[in-house]
Write a protein that binds this ligand. Structure first.
Ligand SMILES: O=C(O)c1ccccc1N[C@@H]1O[C@H](COP(=O)(O)O)[C@@H](O)[C@H]1O
Length: 213
């Protein structure tokens, strides 16, 4: 066992939350993005968040959300972190962090070397950085597409803040991704599903086991 921290994103049922907790994940992610098959209402997310045991951090994933939307989410769901997965500027990240007093994790899409500078920019304002694959042009979702990027781009790099590796991770490839990048935290959504938006408890268990082996 290692101290790798795992985030399982896109939970939709209380059984998902129980599976994530039982597997030993550190974070549970709730998606607030209408186009996603994992999208939740505030009432649904509140029910799931209240079912989470102490020690399982509850993360709300939003995409270019305005203040009214964030006010409703933060006011209606007990949360430990906000994940910003859109085109939020560094100033907007700082504004959200100050307004809600919650730790903020900013997702940055990476496809080539040219994308790495943004990681430094965001690491001056966010509490954590989420390094994800850049979505293909015209993709309906800015993340959660099950696509990975060339992990060698971030291998052995250092950032100012803790970071998490995401994008196309599965129970079969997560150990290799960790070995190559030296990531201490990993995030997965599609790789632990049996169909879009349907989490698979056995895959969740296998993913956490493989990440922490
Ligand atoms: O999961 C979603 O539906 C989603 C929607 C909009 C933005 C991000 C989304 N998910 C995040 O994308 C990455 C990678 O996911 P995957 O493992 O490749 O499916 C992960 O950080 C999710 O939290």
């Amino acid at each position: 066992m290692t101290d790798i921290r795992v985030k399982i994103c896109g939970l939709r049922t209380e059984a998902d939350v129980a599976a994530v907790a039982a597997a030993g994940a550190a974070y549970a992610g709730f998606v607030f993005f209408a186009k996603s098959p994992r999208n939740l209402t505030i009432a649904q997310a509140a029910t799931l968040a209240l079912a989470a045991p102490p020690g399982l951090a509850k993360v709300a994933l939003v995409v270019d959300a305005d203040d009214d939307t964030l006010d409703a989410i933060v006011g209606g769901v007990p949360l430990d972190m906000l994940q910003l997965h859109g085109h939020e500027s560094p100033d907007r990240v700082a504004e959200i962090r100050a307004r809600y007093g919650l730790p903020v994790m900013k997702a940055v899409g990476v496809a080539d070397e040219g994308d790495l500078a943004a990681l430094f920019d965001y690491s001056t304002v966010a509490d954590q950085i989420l390094i994800d694959a850049k979505p293909p042009k015209g993709a309906a979702l800015p993340g959660g597409n099950g696509l990975s990027f060339d992990w060698r781009l971030v291998a052995q790099r250092r950032w100012l803040r803790p970071w998490m590796l995401a994008g196309g991770l599965t129970p079969d490839n997560v150990a290799e991704a960790i070995r190559l990048t030296n990531a201490r935290q990993v995030d997965v959504s599609s790789g632990v599903e049996s169909a879009p938006g349907v989490k698979d408890a056995a895959r969740i268990t296998a993913f956490v086991k493989a990440a922490q082996a």
